[in-house]
Design a protein around this ligand. Structure first.
Ligand code: NDP
Length: 381
């Protein structure tokens, strides 16, 4: 029986690669829903190829364009942000791939879980903002979550068959394009340099997060919730070659690693094939070519975003939601040339100190913290 999937954010980097996986596995996967924010052209093209049950364009001003282009087909067209939360509840959907970027992914993910859908989770911001709430809902609704992030997929694969007796999780980080730069050099880096990741082709926001190492910080928080470990059980090691995607050290000292060439289609496919593995024709890792695997400690003085994420993890409550919102606004401002690269951690730190702390936040508290932080950081820019 093929799995029927909805892809939230089908026009992005993860979304388009998920569709590559569908193309390669037409017997296994059927597309029910595709969604985009503004990219009507690509959404239409995808809809004409995959003929889903429904599409959503979050930007309502593009509704007419999408609706007209798909009028001759039996495809429902919806518009607006609320439609994302409604469409994930469709009875025919088995798994929702959350490939939207940022906080906007939170509400549709909650609605999908409440409707009993399995989640293939790429949108790490969801777990960063409201990890406790999401984990509770997952248990309550008895749904399954498979990670798409390559590091978390690696850990998930290491834990398959023996999910207990974890001593620690070792998240690998490439170190990004600025690994070898000095703090003085970082003050002057430009958008174009930050957007050039050495190993991965990704959307703009996560590429900047990788350059600042905030991405690794968000992943540490994501790992805590996905694997139910204590904060001290999560280590980060810089591994510039991105061949080892992450590791688990067990209580007997043994370490399992998952390895492969950096290609997001692999973790995306595993998130959809689990517990099965499907054949791929992807290039294989050749140890005769790749001879040097190196490791180093992350520099927390240089990459303050990672240090701030550790602090947020320790403090808990709504602090991860605050750093997430502050980071989203700061990255947007950096991408619009309004601030320098090192202003990103500065703004995040100010938000951490400036926004009121809530120890046990409700959903409404998360929403309020997000709104308040965005306003606060925008006022500083
Ligand atoms: P992209 O920016 O490439 O794509 C984002 C997608 O979300 C697009 O389809 C975009 O639509 C849609 N979108 C953006 N904002 C909104 C909104 N407000 N409402 C509705 N839809 C929206 O991002 P990535 O694919 O790189 O990343 C997606 C998620 O996956 C992120 O959370 C990221 O951290 C995570 N991730 C990504 C990896 C990667 O390799 N790219 C690796 C691991 C995790 P439109 O095209 O119309 O703008």
């Amino acid at each position: 029986m093929p799995k029927h999937i909805a892809i939230l954010g089908s026009t992005g980097s993860i979304g388009t690669q998920t569709l590559d996986v569908v193309r390669a596995n037409p017997e296994e996967l059927v597309v029910e829903v595709l969604t985009a924010n503004q990219n009507a052209d690509l959404l239409i093209k995808q809809a004409l190829e995959f003929l889903p049950n429904a599409v959503v364009i979050a930007d309502s001003s593009k509704y007419k364009e999408v609706n007209n282009a798909l009028a001759a087909h039996d495809i429902k067209v919806y518009a607006g942000v609320d439609a994302l939360s409604q469409v994930v509840q469709m009875g025919t959907i088995h798994t929702v791939v959350t490939a939207m970027v940022g906080y906007a992914g939170l509400q549709p993910t909650i609605k999908a879980i409440e409707a009993g859908k399995h989640i293939a989770l790429a949108n790490k911001e969801t777990l960063v903002v409201a990890g406790d709430l999401i984990t509770r809902l997952i248990q309550e609704h008895n749904v399954f979550i498979t990670p798409v992030d390559s590091e978390h997929s690696a850990i998930f694969q290491c834990l398959t068959g023996e999910p207990e007796k974890i001593e620690k999780i070792i998240l690998t980080a490439s170190g990004g394009p600025f690994r070898t730069k000095t703090i003085d050099e970082l003050k002057l880096v430009k958008k174009a340099q930050a957007l050039k990741h050495p190993n991965w082709e990704m959307g703009a926001k996560i590429t900047i997060d990788s350059a600042s190492m905030m991405n690794k910080g968000l992943e540490v928080i994501e790992a805590k919730w996905l694997f139910g470990v204590k904060n001290q059980q999560i280590d980060v090691v810089v591994h510039p070659q991105s061949i080892i995607h992450s590791m688990v050290q067990f209580t007997d000292g043994s370490i399992k690693a998952q390895m492969g060439l950096p290609d997001m289609k692999l973790p995306i496919q595993y998130a959809l094939s689990y517990p099965d593995r499907w054949h791929t024709d992807f290039p294989r890792l050749d140890f005769n070519v790749c001879q040097n695997l190196t490791f180093e400690q992350p520099d927390l003085e240089k990459f303050q975003c990672l240090a701030l994420a550790y602090q947020a993890l320790e403090k808990g409550g709504n602090t991860p939601a605050i750093i997430n919102a502050a980071n989203e606004i700061a990255v947007e401002a950096f991408l619009s040339d309004k601030i320098g690269f090192l202003h990103i951690p500065e703004l995040i730190e100010k938000a951490m100190n400036g926004i009121s702390f809530v120890k046990s936040p409700s959903y409404a508290d998360y929403v309020a913290s997000d709104t308040e932080t965005r306003r606060f950081v925008k006022s500083l820019i």
